[in-house]
Design a protein around this ligand. Structure first.
Ligand SMILES: Cc1cc2nc3c(=O)[nH]c(=O)nc-3n(C[C@H](O)[C@H](O)[C@H](O)COP(=O)(O)OP(=O)(O)OC[C@H]3O[C@@H](n4cnc5c(N)ncnc54)[C@H](O)[C@@H]3O)c2cc1C
Length: 635
């Protein structure tokens, strides 16, 4: 990131350098979104919409049936919300069903579910009880099973993985009181013993989901720094830590607005002695492990929030017909109707993104770091809007708790609980802001790789001039191509309308996005890194283009199926009626049309915005210039 370093503070530079050193630098597989950011539309990477084999669908269907039967007979989500406890029998019952080993390979005693089937399970559970979904997903999307399966040695896998089939619980401990989005500020240390056989961990971890009940944790800690090229390099290392090790203490359980059954708070490590063989992936590789784990780990959040949004659809569908005001069912008043339409189209798009990215993870033929981050960003922000609209459509009942509604004889729809449970999804596993910065960095990677050598003062001047000429020639052609009108790609030219028009729009707009990004890079150079609003607009345009593509692919695939109640869907819901062709296309069409409006607004905002004025006001604000606005309040 040398090209960015002049105008930013030392600390920020150090944080960026650490993140940079830990990111996966190679792109060993194609990426649909990376291509989009460079003005190309590789439609064949996402169409036909992937589908599970019949055998896989059946495995998923049978498992979901078991989970559903168990949960609806043993677990009351409102009780979990009220008491803050998921009963022991429920955790035990889930363990008996192998729910703590869903993604663990069969060779280690796990269920060996695919990413799609695992996400189907979390999608189902999240529609019923957010706390239970979080218990299971934090445990195996980011907790010990995921990084251990990916990066563990054979000995480590044999030792730990079978324990999860018996119900051992895990978590992933990165965050600390002073280290949230920025791992550089991490203080927890792991000091090697003199004989080098052990590490002694000291420090605190905050809000580690399941941390207060976990048997085993992945703990990120600082091991002694290395000197590279005369510069001290921070080393963050991942350790497998058994929580019965002396010195570990679950010191405090936090209370939250939602997810009341989740058990997390402050963990203390006081001289916790961990054997060297418990290091995962290698010394100094901890952050890399975290980033790589999150690439697929993040896909469970979209599945969970999509499940939750579908319950919202069910609630507003019933309520909007049943509730009459001003002589009409409320759903027939245009201001409510437009919300119903948008919620349906958005949930359809979330479904498309969730299942497409889950299939991509199973296929292992694509680099999905950008797609997973966009799925997380889009689905969490959109589901929050879906829950908020559900709240609004329910009127005062949205604010009343489910048990209270039931207590006076009404349907106990859990909108108030979902509202509280849902919001944190925009924070966990990478805040929306961090997701945007991460996506922007990866999107610009190809350009940065090309120009970095000519900006590097350490490279001999002649080589830099030669490289600059070669790059200049390359970009002249590349840039010209982005301006030339293009014919519709052969693969999309034959698509039925309106899908064809939407994909033509994606084809054209990806070129516009690529050239706008490139121009802004030339104009702002190193300052672009701190122009977060501009970067965020690029990311939001790219995300909308990706989701439009997913929705079109999904809509087309669904529409090609016969209207036949026996046919199984791409995610294997055998009992789901196939939507008539027009209905799936209708939802895709509305989503795409609304996304196009957002894209136009974002391009306009890149051109003309209030960023400068907002920066000035924010600076004044931080300097205390508007304290007078806080008058007549109780402080
Ligand atoms: C319920 C819950 C469960 C959690 N589970 C886990 C877990 O299992 N494991 C774990 O390790 N952690 C967990 N966390 C912690 C979570 O990952 C962090 O809260 C998250 O990473 C954000 O860190 P922070 O809260 O300290 O916010 P901060 O990093 O302090 O950020 C505060 C605000 O500033 C913004 N911001 C920060 N840096 C930048 C920047 N460079 N540019 C622009 N904006 C920026 C953020 O987006 C945010 O809006 C959990 C948290 C909660 C509440």
């Amino acid at each position: 990131m040398d090209m960015f370093d002049k105008n930013i503070g030392k600390e920020k530079l150090a944080s960026l350098e650490l993140a940079e050193a830990s990111r996966e630098k190679e792109w060993n597989y194609p990426s649909f979104v990376r291509e989009l950011f460079h003005g190309r539309l590789p439609w064949n990477l996402i169409y036909p919409f992937p589908e599970q084999s019949e055998a896989e669908k059946e495995i998923g269907r049978e498992y979901l049936e078991k989970l559903k039967n168990f949960l609806t007979t043993h677990l009351n989500p409102d009780e979990v919300d009220k008491t803050g406890e998921i009963p022991y029998e429920v955790i035990k019952g889930l363990a008996d069903l192998g729910a703590f080993a869903m993604k663990i390979p069969k060779s280690y005693d796990g269920l060996g579910l695919s990413q799609v089937n695992y996400n189907r399970a979390i999608h189902l559970i999240a529609s019923y009880c957010g706390s239970t979904a979080v218990l299971l997903s934090a445990h195996q999307s980011i907790g010990v099973p995921a990084p251990l399966s990916f990066f563990g040695t054979e000995e480590q896998k044999k030792k730990y993985l079978p324990r999860f089939r018996k119900g051992a619980i895990s978590g992933f401990a990165l965050t600390e009181p002073a280290a949230g989005s920025d791992p550089r500020t991490m203080k927890t240390s792991a000091t090697p013993t003199e004989d080098g056989k052990y590490y002694i961990i000291n420090g605190e971890k905050l809000w580690i989901t399941n941390g207060n009940i976990a048997d085993i944790l992945i703990v990120m800690a600082q091991t002694p720094a290395k000197i590279e090229k005369g510069k001290e390099k921070k080393q963050i290392t991942a350790f497998i830590v058994e929580t019965n090790t002396p010195g570990f203490q679950a010191a405090y359980r936090s209370n939250f607005m939602g997810l009341h059954g989740a058990k997390l708070g402050l963990l203390k490590f006081n001289n916790v002695r961990v054997p060297r063989e418990n290091i995962l992936l290698g010394e100094g590789q901890g952050l890399k492990l975290a980033f790589l784990t999150l690439n697929t780990g993040r896909l469970t959040v979209p599945a969970a929030v999509t499940g939750m949004s579908k319950l919202c659809l069910m609630i507003v569908r019933k309520w909007s017909k049943e509730r009459r005001q001003w002589g009409l069912p409320i759903g027939e008043h245009e201001l409510v109707a437009s919300k119903l339409a948008e919620m349906s189209a958005n949930t359809f798009a979330m479904d498309a993104v969730t299942w497409l990215t889950s299939h991509m993870a199973d296929a292992k033929k694509l680099d999905i770091r950008l797609e997973a981050a966009m799925a997380k960003l889009f689905c969490t922000e959109t589901s929050w809007k879906v829950v908020d609209d559900t709240f609004q459509i329910r009127g005062g009942r949205g604010f009343e708790t489910g048990p209270s509604l039931q207590g006076r004889g009404e349907a106990g729809y859990p909108v108030e609980r979902m509202f509280r449970d849902c919001r944190v999804n925009l924070i966990i596993e990478g805040t929306s802001q961090i997701m945007r910065l991460f996506i922007a960095r990866e999107a610009l990677d190809l350009h940065l790789k090309r120009v970095i050598s000519i900006m590097d003062a350490k490279v001999p001047i002649l080589k830099r001039i030669k490289d600059a000429l070669a790059i200049g020639i390359y970009y002249s052609f590349w840039f010209l191509k982005l301006w030339l009108p293009s014919f519709a790609l052969r693969e999309i030219a034959h698509l039925p309308s309106p899908i064809k028009n939407h994909m033509l729009f994606v084809q054209q707009t990806s070129k516009r996005l690529a050239r706008t990004m490139f121009l802004k890079m030339l104009i702002h150079q190193q300052r672009l890194e701190s122009r977060q609003n501009i970067l965020a607009r690029f990311v939001d345009i790219g995300t909308d283009l990706f989701v439009i593509s997913c929705a079109c692919s999904y809509g087309l695939s669904l529409s090609k199926k016969e209207l036949n109640s026996q046919a199984a869907s791409p995610i294997g819901q055998k009992d789901m009626l196939w939507p008539p062709m027009a209905k799936a296309i209708e939802l895709a069409d509305l989503f795409c049309s609304q996304a196009k409006v957002r894209i136009a607004r974002n391009f306009e905002d890149i051109r003309r915005n209030q960023d400068k004025a907002a920066r000035r006001v924010a600076q004044n604000f931080l300097a205390g210039g508007y304290v007078w606005l806080e008058n007549e309040i109780i402080k």
